[in-house]
Design a protein around this ligand. Structure first.
Ligand code: FAD
Length: 609
């Protein structure tokens, strides 16, 4: 760890506690200007987020003998990654011997509508087999063939069977495996620390500030390097497959407030079938396997409407096209009474449902007491995955701020305008290793880490200000208003006037945010967390609306009804660095070797998630 310097001052500790949390150094308590105690920690690398990408980065650092501390705002065993079902991609060629990383790269670029960064794609697909091997070494229970080879199946628009899996709970097993590995390496993990601000001095990251969700204790975490692995921004829509209070756009706000940039925030994948009810589970996915197994989609008039949109493939069309079709039926008044469409599997043999769709059967029973063997399911498109994210360099996932890296759903570059199913989980692992390696090297070469008292004061003041907010505006109500705004103006289909109205409504929400009421109580500091979630959501919403307005074309997940064609001049990434600041970034050329392998791939018969 580098020698700490704090603007020439020595931090004064009123009470020093030795908690023996090796390898984290210098654990101190200081009394802040406020009534809340402030705990000061120093480590070599701070990882923000304990989902798959955060844990994999932390493991890499620990395996390299580096001090690392990981923090998250929800329990590590239950991070968003645990929800992933279908599988993880790597050209292992364990089932289809012809598969190669080059073909995986070609499929990824093809599906991205040419907005993915070819270098990011190459690094992830080339490193995928090694990442699976590492996961095996950590004890991941992959499904296997009788002779011991890892099983691989089709998933969406892949040329070959390259999706490895563990039942229909792949993400849960990956998360368990990584949590277990982190425990063996004795990586310190704080599960209740909400990071409110990154600490930066002259474009160099030196730590982060936050608070404890249970008792409000403030945290000043000094570090040589910081890895941002805090997820995406899909919870800023009303229906989302994300966990409650996660994916609120924290990564985007933290990066932008630190001087970083966001790439393609408008590119958000909507999954065609999310539940509408109950309200507290709105957006929960109904697996695409339901369509893959023969489920059909009906509108409120009982018509099998996919015949109008993709007469050949019908319900087996691609995810973006089915989402658009469902959206159009609802928008044009042919939806169900609750604003959805029907997904029907009741014509399938009961045994098929019980054997092939047990998860869907169980979910509907638990959430709605609905028996899918006899009754239709009411579904609507749901915000599922942030394909854009914090601007990152393909080589090391650096953000342009020295010592700050971003990884996982927080990052950008791999997916372009449509994510190939199964590619997210592999990026967590490949990128986690790369970013761990890069942060370790950066920390090792650092001679001294200059801190900034001004940055710390600003971070402290931001929390103080919200904690003392005693206005009439209810945080939950404003979160709801923001989600409604995004759903109505920046959902599956967008247009110029709708996006302009969305921005006007966001202006109004931000005006009301000045009069928030924040009231921590005996149960904890959730109310403060929700207020920060709202701040992040507002930043993410503005970035999304402004970039969606700038992208005057239809490409992949981004549908502009007023610009229905793809515009070759917009084969660029849109990079946002704050309100009104948007620039176009050219995308490097695809290497000939990969371009030669690109072709349209049908997803018929390949829907598993
Ligand atoms: C239902 C579902 C099914 C999916 N299936 C697949 C699949 O089959 N294959 C595939 O490849 N992908 C799948 N995905 C996508 C994939 O699961 C996610 O993209 C991936 O798990 C994201 O991992 P992550 O580490 O980037 O972030 P997350 O797992 O979202 O973790 C983010 C972490 O950051 C922490 N955090 C956030 N903000 C803060 C803050 N301010 N302070 C402190 N901590 C913070 C959170 O607590 C959490 O620990 C699926 C997603 C869903 C929702």
């Amino acid at each position: 760890m580098a020698t700490p310097v704090c603007d020439g001052r020595t931090l004064v500790a009123e009470e020093a506690l030795q908690q023996g949390w090796s390898p984290v150094h210098d654990l101190l308590w200081v009394q802040s200007m406020t009534t809340y105690p402030e705990r000061v920690i120093a480590t070599s690398v701070l990882v923000i987020g304990t989902g798959g990408s955060g844990l994999r980065s932390a493991i890499e650092l620990a395996e390299r003998g580096k001090d690392v501390l990981a923090v998250g705002k929800r329990p590590k065993a239950d991070a968003h990654t645990a929800l992933a079902a279908g599988g993880i991609n790597a050209a292992l060629a364990s089932v289809d011997a012809e598969d190669t990383w080059q073909q995986h790269a070609a499929d990824t670029l093809q599906e991205s509508y040419l907005l993915a960064n070819p270098r990011t794609v190459q690094i992830v697909t080339q490193g995928a087999a090694r990442a699976i091997g590492e996961l095996e070494r950590y004890g991941m229970p992959f499904a296997r063939e009788r002779d011991g080879r890892i099983s691989q199946r089709f998933f969406g628009a892949h040329t070959f069977r390259r999706t490895a899996f563990a039942g229909d709970y792949t993400g849960l097993e990956i998360q368990r495996t990584l949590v277990d590995r982190a425990a063996r390496l004795k990586i310190p993990i704080l599960d209740t620390v909400y990071v409110t601000r990154l600490l930066v001095r002259d474009n160099v990251a030196f730590g982060a500030y936050g608070f404890d969700l249970a008792d409000g204790t403030r945290y000043v975490i000094h570090a040589d390097a910081v890895i941002l692995a805090a997820g995406g921004h899909t919870r800023i829509w009303r229906h989302t497959s994300s966990r409650r209070d996660e994916n609120t756009g924290d990564s985007l706000r933290l990066a932008v407030e630190a001087g970083g940039r966001v790439r393609d925030p408008e590119l958000v994948q909507f999954h065609p079938s999310g539940l509408i009810e109950p309200e507290n589970a709105a957006g929960t996915l109904v697996s695409e396997a339901a369509r893959g197994e023969g489920g059909i989609l009906l509108n409120g008039l009982g018509e099998r409407f996919m015949a109008r949109y993709d007469p050949e493939r019908l319900e087996l069309s691609t995810r973006d096209r089915v989402a658009l079709a469902v959206y159009t039926e609802i928008a044009e008044g042919r939806g169900t009474p609750n604003g959805g469409v029907w997904l029907d599997v009741s014509h399938l043999p009961r045994e098929t449902i019980m054997e092939r769709l047990p998860g869907v059967y169980q979910t509907l029973l638990e959430l709605q007491m609905l028996d899918i063997t006899t009754t239709h399911i009411e579904v609507a498109p749901t915000a599922h995955y942030s394909m854009g994210g914090v601007w990152t360099d393909p080589e090391d996932y650096g953000t342009g701020i020295e010592g700050l890296y971003a990884i996982g759903e927080a990052s950008s570059g791999l997916h372009g305008a449509n994510r190939l199913g199964g590619n997210s989980l592999i990026e967590l692992l490949v990128g986690g290793r790369i970013v761990g390696e890069a942060a370790a090297a950066y920390s090792a070469q650092l001679k001294a880490q200059e801190r900034s008292a001004t940055a710390l004061v600003a971070a402290r003041a931001q929390v103080d200000e919200l904690l003392s907010a005693n206005g009439p505006e209810n945080v939950r109500a404003l979160q709801r208003a923001l989600r409604d705004t995004m759903t109505e103006h920046a959902g599956v289909v967008r247009d110029e006037s709708g996006l302009a109205s969305g921005l006007a409504r966001l202006d109004e929400i931000e005006r009301r945010m000045v009069d928030l009421g924040v009231h921590p109580d005996a149960a904890g500091f959730q109310s403060l967390a929700h207020a920060f979630d709202l701040k992040s959501a507002a930043v993410a919403a503005r970035a999304t609306l402004e970039a969606a307005r700038e992208r005057r074309e239809t490409r992949g997940c981004h549908n502009r009804s007023d610009f229905p064609e793809l515009d070759p001049s917009l084969q660029v990434n849109l990079v946002w660095s704050g309100p009104g600041s948007l620039v176009r970034e050219q995308i490097p050329a695809i290497p000939d070797e990969i371009a030669a392998l690109m072709h349209e791939v049908s997803s018929a018969g390949k829907l598993i998630e």
